[in-house]
Design a protein around this ligand. Structure first.
Ligand code: ZN
Length: 243
């Protein structure tokens, strides 16, 4: 096994402990509550102002509909009055028809007003619910932000020690190899480096089981560290009896 492979395997062994701590912190109740509150609070203002502007539009439409409704009512009354004094048969027929038209409009406007009124009520309820959640989430944030900080602080010593070990080791590792490793680590892939026992004559990736081409296997045999095309893990070959 080449020196570089030994080093990166050693690096990963130490990094594993760091990853365990990270996973423990990220998976904790403290982190989950903190993050969900932070996510909510980062979007709630926008949602509230969207609701406000929606409510404004609905209110304007409602006021206009109510005004139209009243105007139609007024017209209906006028027709009614005219009918009482009208003596011409033909004109009476005409007025009757007009009156019925206005009545149909009134009915339609009534439905519109009711629908808008319901929409306003729904918006009001939604706003109320959101405002309530907002208060609850603020409280959650204030409670869990310091708790998470406390949890992180309790691991600080261990983390600092591991990080300094990694940093020291990193100095001896080939830069390109280190970059590849770091990139995958950021992608939350772990473990990253896998050894393939060449004595078993298998050409499958030890992580994702994808079969690898002959040239790939030859490179492994000659001591190279290669990237699996499917899972992008870093693969090296070894033979248990050879040092
Ligand atoms: Zn793979």
């Amino acid at each position: 096994m080449s020196e570089q492979i030994k080093l990166i395997v050693e690096y990963q062994e130490i990094d594993k402990n760091l990853k365990l701590i990270e996973d423990e912190v990220n998976g904790s109740e403290e982190a989950k509550k903190y993050l969900s509150a932070r996510k909510f609070l980062s979007t709630v203002k926008e949602t509230l102002s969207e609701l406000e502007s929606k409510a404004q539009t609905v209110t304007e439409n409602y006021n206009k509909a109510v005004k139209d409704f009243e105007e139609y009512l007024e017209k209906a009354k006028e027709y009614e009055k005219t009918v009482e004094t009208c003596e011409n048969e033909e004109e009476l027929e005409y007025l009757k028809k007009k009156f019925l038209d206005v009545c149909a409009q009134i009915e339609k406007m009534e439905q519109t007003v009711n629908a808008l009124s319901k929409e306003m009520q729904d918006l009001y309820n939604e706003y109320g619910k959101l405002a309530k959640s907002n208060n609850a989430m603020k409280a959650q944030y204030n409670e869990y932000a310091p708790k998470l900080e406390e949890l992180k602080n309790s691991k600080k010593g261990e983390v600092t020690e591991l990080k300094s070990k990694l940093k020291k080791l990193e100095e001896s590792i080939d830069k390109t190899l280190m970059e590849k490793y770091t990139l995958r680590r950021k992608d939350k892939k772990f473990p990253i480096v896998f050894g393939l026992d060449l004595s078993k004559k298998s050409n499958h990736c030890p992580f994702c089981m994808m079969s690898m081409p002959i040239s790939f296997m030859e490179d492994l045999s000659s001591g190279e560290i290669k990237e699996c095309e499917s899972c992008h893990r870093l693969i090296y070959g070894f033979e248990p009896n050879k040092k």
